[in-house]
Design a protein around this ligand. Structure first.
Ligand code: C2O
Ligand code: CU
Ligand code: CU
Length: 557
């Protein structure tokens, strides 16, 4: 077993030993100093590297993007871009039924900006289409009702022509849709045992900078770093007990595919993907997480002694190409991510044996199949032979529709394909039923491996408007992107019937995104108090019949 306290990268000389203290230790020292005691902070001394930082929680109000000097390496200033002064930005936590209401303020120096809420089924007006970017000095309001299951989502810059550069320099953060009561009832770790991990690579050995300056080669293959930051922490470590912990992983790298596993090959369990729980408690020793994708895992540190450690890594994997190219970081490089130090005994050991999962689209509901050929034409990356054109709408789809999409990768590179305004279910890889842990549940991003063909069943939300489909290798995004328009559908036909004392109003599934409203006078309408239930092929809404006249209608939520 490889359980040494690994020092993943050469330790940077710390000019002042006090700089090795983290903020928490300073606070402890301050308190002790006041009491006239001498207290030696232990943990910061005990482990090389830096204690894992946790992004601050958003307390409401504006989200302001601006240049900032961040202390990523203790004692060193790194110019970056920040949201409310930090990168990753503050974690937005919302519950189903709440609204994401904020104002996005662009205080960047000479750069346009728009933020996209990756994973949210947002109205098109607030989705963060690249064309919605505002000039420096401007701001815009966002108001998005959260009408989806708990999930690990994120937000990031999506500015026309600048997504890669702005995300690399720091404009990204987590957006968690949470239901702690549900999680507690399911026996899932919550609170301090539910730990977000924003994973990204950067080029740190030589410059410690977040400068974005890709070469021609990197424009094609991706801007890859040589070391990892976890929640903005280099050489990160995190102290755990021997129990079961839940980690929410986000691959926020511009281009790096992460093959996540542990230094001792321990088995852990994947329970969630992009849009929430998958319904599986799936044992793995490694799985791939592509840029843009999220996963939730349960890890037990049982079997490690107090004082032991284990390292979360991106494991090496072979690549098809490039066979030659500049020396430097490559796709498939092994990288250490985060060292877990077991510093105390005990902890809850129970793993849930089963978890509730989502009802996924039945591909038989689809009405058409679209093929997206991912290729290279004249050293430019293309979808169906075309690069992105902001003024071209590539296809239209009625809201609530189900379609089969087929991604055919004619290149030797990795393309994590992502759709806004829709979730999908991964069906097959090269014609064979998709069984990777990273294919489970509702997804919004699917990794298409070199030369592979992947089929997914896409369910479009109820929201009409313009959305994009693109490769989430951010160096590819500005070329491998298409606009699609979700068109307003006619509402499904309502039917009603009496069942004893009840009135049952129903309409055909799968039409998504419709909400039922009622009125007594056809003038004032209000949302039905209880949500409809899916019963077989229909949605049903039931209420006690009052005898008074009531009117019902479906509206797009
Ligand atoms: Cu996370 Cu359109 O992107
Ligand atoms: Cu997105
Ligand atoms: Cu790509």
């Amino acid at each position: 077993m490889d359980t040494v306290c690994a020092v993943p990268f050469p330790r940077r000389p710390t000019p002042d030993p006090d700089a090795a203290f983290n903020r928490r230790d300073w606070l402890k020292l301050g308190a002790a100093g006041a009491a006239g005691l001498v207290l030696v902070p232990s943990r910061a001394w005990a482990h090389p590297g830096n204690e894992l930082r946790l992004p601050p929680l958003w307390a409401g109000g504006h989200l302001t993007t601006a240049p900032a000097n961040l202390e990523i390496w203790p004692g060193t200033i790194t110019p970056a871009l920040a949201i409310n002064g930090v990168s990753p930005g503050p974690t937005l936590r919302l519950r189903p039924g709440e609204r994401l209401a904020t104002t996005v303020v662009n205080q960047l120096a000479g750069e346009n900006l728009v933020l996209h809420w990756h994973g949210l089924l947002a109205p098109a007006a607030f989705d963060g289409h690249p064309g919605q970017a505002v000039a420096p000095g401007q701001s815009y309001a966002v108001d998005i009702p959260i009408r989806q299951a708990p999930a690990t989502c994120w937000y990031h810059a999506h500015t026309q022509g600048a997504t890669a550069s702005q995300v690399y320099r720091g404009l990204a953060g987590l957006l968690l849709i949470e239901d702690p009561d549900r999680d507690a009832a399911l026996g899932l770790p919550t609170g301090d045992r539910d730990v977000p991990l924003v994973l990204r690579d950067w080029k740190s050995n030589t410059t410690s900078s977040l400068t974005y300056a890709p070469t021609m080669f990197e424009h094609m293959w991706g801007y890859l770093g040589n070391t990892m930051l976890v929640n903005g922490t280099p050489q990160a470590w995190f102290a755990v007990d021997q129990g079961v912990w839940r980690f929410r992983l986000l691959n926020a790298c511009n281009a790096r595919v992460l093959r996540l596993g542990f230094s001792d090959d321990r088995t852990f369990h994947v329970i969630g993907s992009d849009a929430g729980l998958t319904g599986l408690v799936e044992p793995v020793t490694a799985f791939d997480l592509a840029p843009g994708q999220r996963a939730e895992i349960l890890v037990s540190f049982a079997g490690l002694p107090v004082g032991g450690a284990v390292v979360l890594r991106s494991l090496a994997f072979p690549i098809v190409a490039p066979l030659a190219g500049p020396a430097g970081p490559r796709q498939g490089d092994a990288l250490d991510i985060l060292t877990f130090h077991v510093d105390r005994a005990g902890g809850p050991t129970a793993l849930p044996s089963s978890l509730p999962g989502p009802v996924l689209t039945d591909p038989a509901e689809s009405r058409r199949t679209r093929t997206f050929n991912l290729g290279v034409v004249n050293a430019t990356l293309t979808i169906n032979g075309l690069t992105y054109d902001a003024n071209r709408v590539d296809f239209s789809v009625p809201a609530g529709e189900v379609e089969i999409w087929e991604f055919v990768n004619g290149t030797t590179n990795y393309h994590p394909m992502h759709a806004h305004g829709a979730h999908f279910r991964v069906l097959t890889r090269n014609g064979v039923a998709a069984v990777l842990p990273a294919d489970r549940g509702w997804r919004d991003t699917v990794l298409v491996y070199p030369s592979e063909t992947v089929r997914v069943a896409v369910r479009f939300g109820g929201r009409a408007g313009l959305f994009v489909l693109h490769c989430h290798n951010l160096e590819h995004e500005h070329e491998m992107m298409q606009n699609f328009s979700v068109t307003t559908p006619t509402p499904p036909r309502l039917e009603s019937r009496r069942e004893g004392p009840d009135l049952v109003v129903s309409w055909p599934a799968p039409a998504d995104g419709w909400g039922l409203e009622t009125s007594a006078d056809l003038r004032t309408w209000s949302a039905a108090a209880t949500p409809p239930l899916r019963v077989g092929t229909r949605f049903e809404w039931r209420a006690a019949a009052t005898g008074a006249a009531r009117f019902y209608r479906l509206v797009l939520e």
